[in-house]
Design a binder for this molecule. Structure first.
Ligand code: BTN
Length: 320
């Protein structure tokens, strides 16, 4: 109902619409209309109320509210169920809980801020309020658990495509799934899964997207290596439009994998990669070496040419 009222207010583009008109159009009482308007105001919408004229929307909110997301949503599975938090520990933790309790595929968890945002390799993730997209998507892929690692490459391809079409910034993918602009990280992806021996229960794809963070606001530890899409584009980016574009591209990439396997996505990954053809430094759990990144194989492992032959890297930190 809140979404429908908001739609009516938006259609009226800043003009007043009376409580009576809304109540007739949506078949609800005027008291219910009033209550929903109060809730929308609390959520951050600037709505002017006039005793005789009714209500007029003055300012939409920049929050990632389900009502706002639904207006732009084009994906048909991803984002049909939305769990929104103004603040949360970690959207991935919440998504894993929901997935364990049987939420439908495509459920998303989105937050304005994360208090204990988690990154790869047990690191933290800087997630300040209102400036990024801190998002987790629940998938239930019909693949073998052996293929789960490739979900992360699939996510990077979908997210990078959406980012470049919305912002025009020319970002690229650093193996396996960081998205960089001019050598600085703008997106990190943390994929987590629960599986049996032969089947995946769920995969949670967690995405941290630095959207409208000013360069000086990054903590000193990451200030030299991180940046945001707003810095890259030289303008503020609509978080809602970017989020819905990401869901659409991720859904399309996922559908491609389900229909044709991972080969087309790995081909797209190669095209969007900024790692291939570069001299890289690899820090794994037990080894540290350098070499030329030449390709990824069918499992998504990075192939590195070294004086001792081709090394295959499935996990670890690779710097260019
Ligand atoms: C990385 O280290 O590069 C991965 C960062 C992933 C961060 C995102 S933000 C949304 C989701 N919730 C988390 O706690 N982490 C992921």
């Amino acid at each position: 109902m809140r979404t429908a009222i908001l739609e009516l207010l938006k259609q009226n583009s800043g003009q007043y619409i009376s409580g009576e008109e809304i109540s007739q159009a949506l078949h609800v009482s005027r008291t219910a209309v009033w209550k929903h308007i109060q809730a929308l105001k609390l959520a951050g919408y600037e709505i002017e109320a006039h005793t005789r004229l009714g209500y007029a929307l003055r300012q939409s909110t920049d929050r990632l509210l389900p009502e706002e997301i639904k207006v732009h949503l084009t994906s048909v599975v991803l984002g049909q169920e939305i769990h929104y938090f103004s603040e949360i520990g970690s959207t991935n933790n919440e998504a894993k809980k929901l997935a364990t309790n049987g939420c439908p595929e495509g459920t998303i968890v989105v937050a304005e801020a994360q208090i204990t945002g988690r990154g790869r390799l047990a690191r933290g993730w800087f997630s300040p309020p209102g400036k990024g997209i801190w998002l987790s998507v629940v998938l239930r892929p019909p693949f073998s658990p052996m293929d789960a690692a490739k979900c992360t490459l699939m996510a990077a391809v979908g997210v990078n495509r959406a980012i470049n079409s919305v912002t025009g910034t020319g970002c690229g993918i650093k193996w396996p799934n960081d998205i960089l602009w001019q050598g600085r990280k703008v997106v990190g992806i943390l994929t987590e899964m629960s599986a049996e021996m032969d089947a995946i229960n769920y995969v949670v794809i967690g995405m941290g997207i630095n959207v409208n963070i000013d360069q000086q606001d990054f903590p000193s530890e990451i200030a030299a290596t991180a940046t945001s899409l707003a810095v890259a584009a030289g303008r503020r980016i609509s978080r809602v439009k970017l989020l819905t574009a990401i869901l659409a591209e991720l859904e399309s990439t996922y559908n491609t994998v389900k229909a044709s396997g991972f080969a087309p996505v790995l081909a797209d990954w190669r095209q969007q990669s900024i790692t291939l053809g570069q001299q890289v430094d690899v820090r794994g759990v037990e080894r540290h070496f350098t070499g030329l990144a030449v390709d990824i194989d069918a499992d998504g492992a990075l192939l590195i040419k070294t004086p001792n032959g081709i090394e295959r890297v499935l996990a670890g930190d690779v710097s260019i």
